[in-house]
Write a protein that binds this ligand. Structure first.
Ligand SMILES: C[S@@+](CC[C@H](N)C(=O)[O-])C[C@H]1O[C@@H](n2cnc3c(N)ncnc32)[C@H](O)[C@@H]1O
Length: 346
């Protein structure tokens, strides 16, 4: 018998495709549940198919399928006819909680511009869906970092380890510029390490409002100042900072945009100051980080060390050092500002 022709023994299992197919189903279920705000309704007491479909005028059969599918995804639990929230849903899926992740998940689920990814690759027209460096992404960042905002102490240890590995320590008078700071975990860690550290945060105003709340909760608000607005246009000042930090933002910017920001950071640093660039790196992309996501939502990419080195050199930085902090799975790059004057003295 010709096994190739009838496709039995020689055919590889299609497991990987079935797994992807299952993921596609799961995403669709999550999306529908977020749009319908199922968890808020269950929390409000509409906790059975009958109650939900009667109160919301939803189709009873579709409602039952959705609730049961959410149970199988472990995003809801069922006891008899009643459904209840699991702890993850309590924390992250109730819209009135500051830790709500639903807006972020819904927005990011259309990262590929609702089926425009192939077209973007054909034409080179990107970003699609949304742009990671525009104000439209603010809710995405707020949602993505909701656990950081709510429980910054869970991240601070990791941040300490990064500074330690880079040889940068909190000391009296150390001035840090945290560019595109988000919840600012890295600079907050240095501020907590020493009350004499001074931090300037830059991000969009709505992000800064949340970051300021975190600094108050941690008791370091008197060490912080902030400048709101677009990273590309805010004035950073001249020769004012010992350390400038760019965390997880340069992979969303084109090489030209990065060079412009590196130049501004160079001017803002004191002579001998350090720029730290921590980003998703091409050499280390892990399977949960898809390079195409950067392409779809930005003008950037997961650049490799050599690409960063070229950009940093074009911004006049020297002593460009790669690190790989394996415990934290991050690869920050360190670069130094040396003016012509001190370079001449070397
Ligand atoms: C992935 S988060 C990184 C947060 C933080 N730096 C960290 O290392 O965890 C990206 C941050 O960059 C900010 N951002 C992106 N584009 C920006 C722009 N054009 N101007 C100001 N902030 C921007 C976002 O608001 C967000 O807080």
């Amino acid at each position: 018998m010709d096994t190739e022709a009838n496709g039995s023994a020689a055919a590889p299992a299609a497991e990987i495709l079935w797994q992807l197919n299952a993921h596609m189903h799961q995403v669709a279920i999550l999306r529908a549940a977020l749009e319908l705000e199922v968890w808020a309704k269950v929390a409000a007491g509409e906790d059975s198919v009958e109650q939900l479909s009667a109160t919301e005028h939803w189709d009873p059969l579709g409602t039952r399928m959705l609730l049961d599918d959410l149970c199988s995804l472990k995003l809801l639990a069922r006891e008899g006819d009643e459904y209840r929230l699991v702890p993850e849903a309590e924390h992250y899926l109730l819209p009135d909680k500051p830790t709500y992740m639903g807006k972020f998940l819904l927005s990011d689920s259309s990262w590929e511009g609702n089926n425009h990814l192939a077209e973007a690759i054909r034409t080179g027209n990107h970003p699609i869906g949304y742009s990671a460096t525009a104000t439209e992404a603010i809710d995405i960042w707020i949602g993505m970092y909701s656990r950081n905002w709510a429980a910054p102490e869970t991240y601070l240890k990791k941040c300490d380890a990064m500074w330690h590995a880079l040889g940068i320590h909190g000391r009296d008078g150390l001035r840090i510029l945290d560019l595109a700071c988000g919840p600012a975990p890295k600079s907050l860690a240095l501020a907590l390490a020493n009350a004499g550290v001074r931090v300037t945060l830059i991000d969009w105003e709505r992000i800064l409002q949340v970051a300021r709340k975190v600094t108050v909760d941690l008791g370091v608000d008197n060490q912080m100042t902030s400048l709101s607005g677009d990273l590309a246009s805010v004035a950073y000042g001249r020769s004012q900072y010992d350390v400038a930090f760019l965390g997880d933002v340069t992979h969303f910017l084109s090489p030209e945009q990065n060079i412009r920001i590196f130049r501004k950071a160079y001017d803002a640093l004191v002579d001998g100051g350090t720029l730290v660039v921590n980003a998703v790196r091409g050499e280390y992309l892990d399977p949960t980080e898809h390079g195409l996501w950067f392409y779809a939502i930005s003008a950037g990419a997961a650049y490799n060390f050599q690409e960063y080195k070229d950009m940093l050199e074009r911004a006049r930085f020297t002593d460009i050092v790669d690190t790989n902090i394996t415990d934290l799975r991050i690869q920050p790059i360190k670069a130094t500002k040396r003016s012509q004057h001190t370079r001449g003295q070397q």
